[in-house]
Design a protein around this ligand. Structure first.
Ligand SMILES: [Zn+2]
Length: 342
């Protein structure tokens, strides 16, 4: 639960991170003229880019496909723009540092230093560790349920929430996988995949928090609770992908669902006599405190470690505590059911 809480909150933060489109850095005339000159001549200072040697025939993107430039030319054009923006940003930041100014954002993002072509290396590494922590937690639950605890005669587990935690494990791993890809290279497609996965996880986590904390076990009741939420989450994902990538609205949706599940778990942990309830408290409180990092949003230290990446780092230990709670819950439920049946 905590992990989920925590994960849900992490994802809320993720939703929050990349919202701004225009920033002080890219609004400055020196940066703008640097990018314009670079896209025309293909160079920033001594550094020149092969991607910028494309010939433009003046065909616009709205004209028929057969009058447009070949796809590889447009890829080159896109590559040229991202190289120019990156090197103009580095040049501009160097200038600003000499004048004693701190970093500013460019196109909604802090000036990160690339490592092997990876944009935000710290966030990529921490996302990968989160993915590993969830995979490890999920696998340990599977081993506990199917190899250590007794099974029913039909080979099913006694624990009633087994399939729900499997879906949770799958959505968590999926979400962190796309987080790795998105932080490596931020383009339209990777952004949509990352946002959609995050919304799916936060939404599903809310459903799971309600089902588990209210102890809803009947299939019909579960469907009644899940159906309206699933319909809303699906509509929201379709809206973001195929109608409008509305960052402001997405933040509201993610924060609302994140807070709702956090409160659900907090209240449950407060009133429950579950022996492992502290394992819910730790991720709830830890996840809540970690949100402060996103609100504070400091620039990358040495060009690598910004607030968002540190936030991703804090969720790694919380994930272990969370999955430990899930294992304890499975063990307790199984032993209670076995006692009853004797
Ligand atoms: Zn992130």
């Amino acid at each position: 639960m905590i992990g989920r809480h925590w994960l849900g909150f992490s994802l809320v933060l993720l939703c929050l991170l990349y919202t701004a489109q225009a920033s002080p850095g890219d609004a400055h005339p020196v940066y703008r003229s640097c990018v314009t000159v670079c896209e025309r001549d293909g160079c920033v200072g001594e550094t020149c880019f092969a991607q910028c040697n494309y010939s433009s025939h003046g065909a616009s993107h709205d004209s028929p496909w057969y009058t447009q430039e070949p796809l590889y030319q447009r890829w080159k054009q896109w590559g040229c723009q991202s190289e120019c923006r990156y090197f103009c940003m580095l040049a501009r930041e160097e200038e600003r540092a000499k004048q004693g100014y701190g970093p500013v954002k460019y196109h909604g993002k802090w000036p990160f230093k690339r490592v092997f072509g990876i944009q935000e290396v710290a966030s990529v590494v921490f996302s990968a560790l989160n993915l590993y922590a969830h995979f490890h937690g999920w696998l340990s639950l599977i081993i506990l349920l199917y190899y250590k605890l007794p099974l029913r005669y039909d080979k099913k587990t006694y624990y009633e929430y087994t399939p729900l935690w499997h879906i949770y494990g799958l959505l968590s791993c999926n979400s962190w996988f796309w987080s790795i890809i998105f932080h490596s290279r931020d383009v339209d497609l990777t952004e949509k995949l990352d946002y959609s996965s995050a919304v799916a996880l936060v939404g599903y986590s809310l459903i799971l928090s309600i089902l588990r904390s209210f102890n809803i076990k009947e299939e019909a009741s579960r469907v009644m609770v899940a159906a309206p939420l699933l319909a809303f989450i699906t509509t929201h994902i379709l809206y973001l992908n195929f109608y409008k990538m509305d960052y402001g609205w997405n933040i509201i949706v993610c924060v609302a669902m994140g807070i709702a599940q956090l409160l659900t778990w907090a209240i449950w942990a407060g009133v429950s006599r579950h022996p492992s309830r502290w394992k819910v408290w730790v991720p709830v409180i830890g996840g809540g405190l970690a949100v402060l990092l996103e609100i504070y949003d400091f620039p990358p230290y040495k060009g690598y470690f910004d607030a968002h990446s540190i936030w991703h780092a804090t969720t790694i230990p919380l994930t272990y505590v969370w999955w430990s709670f899930v294992r304890d819950d499975a063990e307790l439920a199984t032993s209670n059911l076995l006692k009853k049946s004797k």
